[in-house]
Design a protein around this ligand. Structure first.
Ligand code: NDP
Length: 315
């Protein structure tokens, strides 16, 4: 093929988390000969979590890396063409859809399944990187179990932070909720849950300066009323430090074509993975502000592949 010529395919899958690989398994088995581009972080967010203990079928847990390797192997076994590369541009105005990879390669596909995920936001402290997987986490449901009867902190004041604090309070001994303003942004019902929980202590007007600990997190340095006359610095003893300050869906490259919600999540027709453009589907965290679980991502990847197959068959 000429270097300037577009490669023409039936099904392009973008992203390599549980949604992307599951879509690839189903699309391959449906003879759609899918091409999957792995994206910036092959394997997705789960490759950065330690152990996955809540994916059905793994009674002893499985590491995120192993699960992603096995999903990839399973997709490849049925013929999915899995490639390194990042989508840098697209034209979804008409079918076949044109997608640019790494700024140079052009693909034309009759269907596109977007599984580009979301990236958890971090505060940007060097200690977050230092203790990643050693007490720092951005997913209470994934990692909370490791903190049974221990003390933890959650940063954030939105629905996610309150939900994570409430979830962790059912496992841990004590949960500090570190909120930078003097109020919570969460819905009233979530606020009531954390305000009324005896194991949750809310630290308003408080920011994190750093973390400390020898072989993992043992505590956090905090500052209250930063820059005010009554500013004070103090430490809390914790084993786990959870970030819940929001996620950023990786949808920027599609924003000129697809309907996004106010936080950038791709909007899909309720109960489906269909976007506003027929033939373009979105699965996993890039379209899910609510659940963000490996199992729900895999499930929507499956749905997207079945919908792509039906779209191609015009049924
Ligand atoms: P939000 O954007 O709603 O809240 C983020 C929180 O993190 C805010 O309290 C914000 O503080 C704080 N924050 C942001 N950056 C920093 C920082 N650098 N340092 C300290 N604090 C910071 O995100 P969520 O993930 O909570 O929610 C996203 C959306 O999903 C919302 O619409 C929410 O309602 C929805 N959601 C719904 C749920 C449900 O209905 N069960 C569950 C989870 C989410 P500040 O207020 O000062 O800006």
């Amino acid at each position: 093929m000429n270097r300037n010529e577009s490669e023409k395919i039936k099904c392009l899958i973008i992203g390599s988390g549980p949604a992307g690989y599951t879509a690839a398994i189903y699309a391959s088995r449906a003879n759609l000969s899918p091409v999957l581009y792995e994206g910036m972080q092959p394997g997705g967010q789960l490759t950065t979590t330690s152990e996955i203990e809540n994916f059905p079928g793994y009674p002893n847990g499985i590491s995120g890396l192993t699960m992603m390797d096995e999903l990839k192997e399973q997709a490849a076994r049925f013929g999915a063409d899995i490639r390194r590369g990042v989508v840098t541009g697209c034209d979804l105005s008409q079918s076949p859809f044109k997608v640019t990879i790494d700024g140079e390669k052009s693909i034309e596909s009759e269907t596109v399944i977007i599984c580009t995920g979301a990236t958890a936001k971090y505060l940007g402290l060097p200690d977050e990187a230092k203790y990643r997987g050693m007490g720092v986490s951005a997913c209470a449901v994934c990692d909370g179990f490791f903190y049974r009867k221990k003390n933890v902190a959650v940063v954030g004041g939105g629905d996610s932070a309150c939900e994570e604090a409430f979830y962790l309070a059912g496992i841990a001994n004590k949960v500090y909720l570190i909120v930078r303003k003097g109020f919570l942004r969460a819905s009233q019902v979530m606020q009531n849950r954390v305000f009324n929980h005896p194991q949750i202590e809310i630290l308003f007007h408080t920011n994190t300066l750093g973390l400390f600990g020898k072989n993992g997190v043992e505590g956090a340095h905090l500052i209250k009323y930063a820059g005010e006359p009554n500013e004070e610095q103090f430490d809390i003893a914790i084993d786990g430090f959870f970030l819940a300050i929001g996620h950023k869906p990786n949808s920027d490259v599609f924003k000129n074509y697809l309907n996004l919600d106010e936080n950038g999540y791709i909007q899909t027709v309720w109960g489906t993975t269909r976007t506003n453009i027929p033939g373009v589907f979105a699965a996993g965290d890039v379209a899910d502000p609510h659940y963000r679980q490996a199992v729900t991502a895999a499930a929507t990847g499956c749905i997207a592949a079945i919908e792509a197959e039906r779209f191609l068959m015009r049924i």
